[in-house]
Design a protein around this ligand. Structure first.
Ligand code: THU
Length: 163
């Protein structure tokens, strides 16, 4: 018997970053600042991420490109792996991601690539908590999702791989 089912995603859109809490606005600023230090000579696309950990620490990261293109890494994974390396026992509560380009104005939120979504999902599993994600371009509206599950339905998850 064949059946279809629909997967629903809920995204909250804010017209402006000013509508976020002070703490979230601060995180957005830190993401933007980190994005300014990205190493992106090939794409000229500068992505920054700022993570708020449960212990209150903020970890930032940005995209790091390489002339062997696939060797580079997105901002989200640079930040999240840095958090995992430095604070392995701390859950991530909020992840702010911003993007800008020297070639055009990024006036809409950018959304993490598939590989980053899978990595973010694993940090949710690892610490059994949802990570709120805030997405923004250089200007314009902000998207908020309560969990990566909104962006990655049917996530790859297989408990038996870890024993
Ligand atoms: N990039 C990120 O850092 N995060 C994303 O969510 C999408 C893309 C980076 C990878 C590459 O350095 C540049 O943006 C262009 O794809």
């Amino acid at each position: 018997m064949k059946r279809e089912f629909e997967l629903k995603a809920t995204v909250t859109e804010y017209d402006s970053v000013d509508e976020l809490t002070n703490q979230e606005q601060e995180l957005m600023k830190m993401a933007q600042k980190s994005g300014d230090s990205a190493y992106a000579p090939y794409s000229n696309f500068y992505v920054g991420a700022a993570l708020l950990l449960k212990n209150g620490k903020i970890i930032t990261g940005n995209n790091q490109e390489n002339m062997a293109y696939p060797s580079g890494l997105c901002a989200e994974r640079t930040a999240i792996f840095s958090a995992g390396a430095r604070y392995p026992d701390e859950a991530i509560e909020i992840m702010a991601i911003t993007a800008k380009s020297t070639n055009f104005k990024v006036d809409k939120p950018i959304s993490p690539c598939g590989a980053c979504r899978q990595v973010i999902a694993e940090y949710e599993f690892r610490h059994s908590n949802n990570i709120k994600i805030l997405l923004m371009g250089e200007i314009g509206s902000v998207y908020e999702v309560a969990s990566i599950k909104e962006l990655l339905p049917l996530v790859f998850k297989e408990k038996r791989l870890s024993g």
